[in-house]
Design a protein around this ligand. Structure first.
Ligand SMILES: [Zn+2]
Length: 301
């Protein structure tokens, strides 16, 4: 009788232990919930930025955008630093948000400045006006800000979101392209595993071709993710342009980097790059692709 009781207690013990073990493995291996990219909230970020006016360096709109980005990031629980430096005699302010502590280090970037002159405008008299930059500037920032809000904290990555200053001022006396990302890379300590720059990704007619200079392994993995999500009409699996963009300084210093850009945009560097050209759906196509790629375990580096 006594022995039977011991066996019974032992069996109950084994049973409870097994149940907790099974429970533990279920919890540990549970896939990360894929967050919801709120395209309307991202579109509000485009409205806010264009509402400040053209974000040309030195303007009030430029400064208000820095404060807006910084506030949104802090409210979403990110550690934020403004890198204040100079390049070619111009003050540069890059906004850097960091989260996570892991050996796998990813940087996502977008420029927040808009161009001094709409030198591609079909109306010659408008070519000295600034570019409103709804797509060229505000769209990339909007996608990064919505990612900042919805990405899970336990991503198993060190993730940086970097908002580059002074990307868009090339072919203007005293200026050049990509000044913000140049100083950023010059001061960068360590080597991120992958850098993904997004630029001009809000066009309602979204055609993103593989950018020629970009790291092809990262490009392939992101285009694969997009295709798995049904976005193969937006992420076209074909090379088309090579672009001077914020991925270049990284590539030049041996860092795997890519540019996601839709360069088939008829309003590029014109006064017609306005809010009505940007579609919330396009923002979500790029946002969802990046979320799923970050959650994916097949990131090549
Ligand atoms: Zn531009």
């Amino acid at each position: 009788m006594k022995n039977n009781r011991k066996v019974f207690i032992l069996l109950i013990g084994i049973l409870l232990f097994s149940i907790s073990l099974i429970f533990f493995f279920i919890v540990m291996n549970r896939p990360l919930r894929v967050p919801f990219f709120d395209k309307e909230r991202a579109y509000q970020d485009v409205i806010a930025q264009t509402g400040f006016g053209p974000r040309i360096p030195g303007s009030d709109a430029h400064q208000k955008t820095i404060e807006y980005i910084q506030n949104e990031l802090i409210q979403s629980g990110w550690e934020v630093e403004i890198q204040e430096t100079e390049k070619m005699g111009h003050p540069i302010k890059n906004i850097i948000a960091r989260r996570g502590n892991h050996s796998n280090w990813i940087i996502l970037g977008a420029h927040y400045d808009s161009r001094f002159f709409a030198d591609q405008d079909p109306v010659v008299s408008k070519q000295t006006q600034p570019v409103p930059g709804a797509n060229d500037g505000a769209s990339g920032v909007a996608v990064l800000l919505e990612l900042a809000r919805v990405l899970p904290k336990n991503l198993n990555k060190e993730l940086w979101l970097v908002f580059f200053d002074a990307e868009d001022q090339g072919k203007i006396p005293g200026w050049d392209w990509i000044l913000g990302s140049r100083v950023f890379v010059e001061s960068l300590k360590g080597k991120p595993d992958a850098v993904v720059v997004i630029d001009m990704i809000g066009d309602a007619d979204l055609n993103i071709y593989r950018e020629i200079l970009s790291d092809q392994a990262i490009t392939a993995s992101i285009w694969n993710t997009a295709s798995r999500l049904g976005y193969q009409r937006n992420f076209i699996d074909q090379q088309k342009y090579s672009i001077i963009d914020d991925h270049l300084p990284f590539l030049e210093s041996g860092i795997h980097a890519i540019d996601i850009i839709d360069f088939d945009y008829p309003y590029w560097h014109t006064t017609l790059d306005t809010l009505d050209k940007v579609s919330p759906v396009s923002l979500s196509v790029v946002g969802n692709t990046l979320i799923n790629w970050l959650l994916d375990k097949t990131i090549p580096y």
